[in-house]
Design a protein around this ligand. Structure first.
Ligand SMILES: Nc1ncnc2c1ncn2[C@@H]1O[C@H](COP(=O)(O)OP(=O)(O)OP(=O)(O)O)[C@@H](O)[C@H]1O
Ligand SMILES: [Mg+2]
Length: 228
């Protein structure tokens, strides 16, 4: 369902130089597969997920998502595909501050293929333990509670692919386990593929299929070149 070949992304540094952050010759994820990537901070994991989600455009290479070639598409087309096919649990949550917990999830659904479904939004929020916080605003929640809203929002659309960027990074052990179980159960129930990145060994231990991101990403193996 996801096939990546020769993917490259560089960023320009403030000094004007360019550094290669993602250089992934090959990566595949099958339909319904659940895979975890372990990687050090700064190794390019978030950048890699942003490329797969079409939030960032690649410099080189191809990303094929469920039969659609993402690379080469303009931003609006990539946005459309993301809304239709991807549930993204952002490392920084990206909740809409002016909307309540319930509205955040319902609004997320309104961009997707199935449209808004308040009952489903509510039920997912109950499953992440936030049934009593539906009318709160993100700033009225703890960081871990905000992360759980982000989990519910990403799963609400019935995505074909869930991208999870440290989805339990702000949760205690109990809530982390519950959130991870929910993500994996929802993906299993719907047949969605899951790609999760983490440096939490307890999270990684639960995945049969896992790899070191530095082995996939040749750019992560090299120390950053000094900028001249
Ligand atoms: N928009 C950007 N412009 C310039 N450099 C960037 C940009 N985004 C990321 N980088 C650089 O790319 C590298 C990888 O960043 P990324 O966020 O992908 O790492 P990560 O593996 O997700 O790290 P963490 O585990 O801390 O979340 C970092 O050195 C970062 O400074
Ligand atoms: Mg990151």
């Amino acid at each position: 369902m996801l096939t990546i070949k020769g993917l490259k992304k560089s960023f320009t540094s403030p000094e004007g130089g360019s550094s290669l952050i993602v250089d992934v010759p090959e990566f595949t994820l099958a339909t319904g597969e659940q895979q975890a990537l372990r990687g050090e901070s700064g190794s390019g994991k978030t950048t890699f997920l942003h490329l797969i989600a079409g939030i960032l455009a690649a410099d080189e290479g191809t990303i094929d998502l469920a039969g659609t070639a993402l690379t080469g598409l303009a931003e609006p087309a990539r946005d459309r595909i993301r809304a239709d096919k991807i549930g993204y649990i952002f490392q920084t949550f990206n909740l809409l501050q002016g909307y309540t917990v319930l509205e955040n999830v319902v609004l997320g659904m309104s961009f997707g293929p199935r449209g808004s479904d308040r009952a489903k939004a509510r039920s997912l929020l109950e499953r992440v333990g936030l049934g009593h916080r539906l009318d709160h605003y993100p700033r009225q929640l703890s960081t871990g509670q905000q992360q759980r809203v982000a989990v519910a929002r990403a799963l609400a659309n019935g995505p074909a692919l869930v991208l999870a960027d440290e989805p339990t990074g702000n949760l205690d052990r109990k809530h982390g386990r519950e959130a991870l179980a929910l993500i994996r159960d929802v993906c299993r129930e719907s047949g969605a593929a899951l790609l999760l990145v983490s440096h939490d060994e307890e999270v990684l231990a639960q995945f049969e299929l896992k790899s070191d991101f530095a082995e996939l990403n040749r750019a992560a193996l090299r120390p950053a070149a000094p900028q001249s």
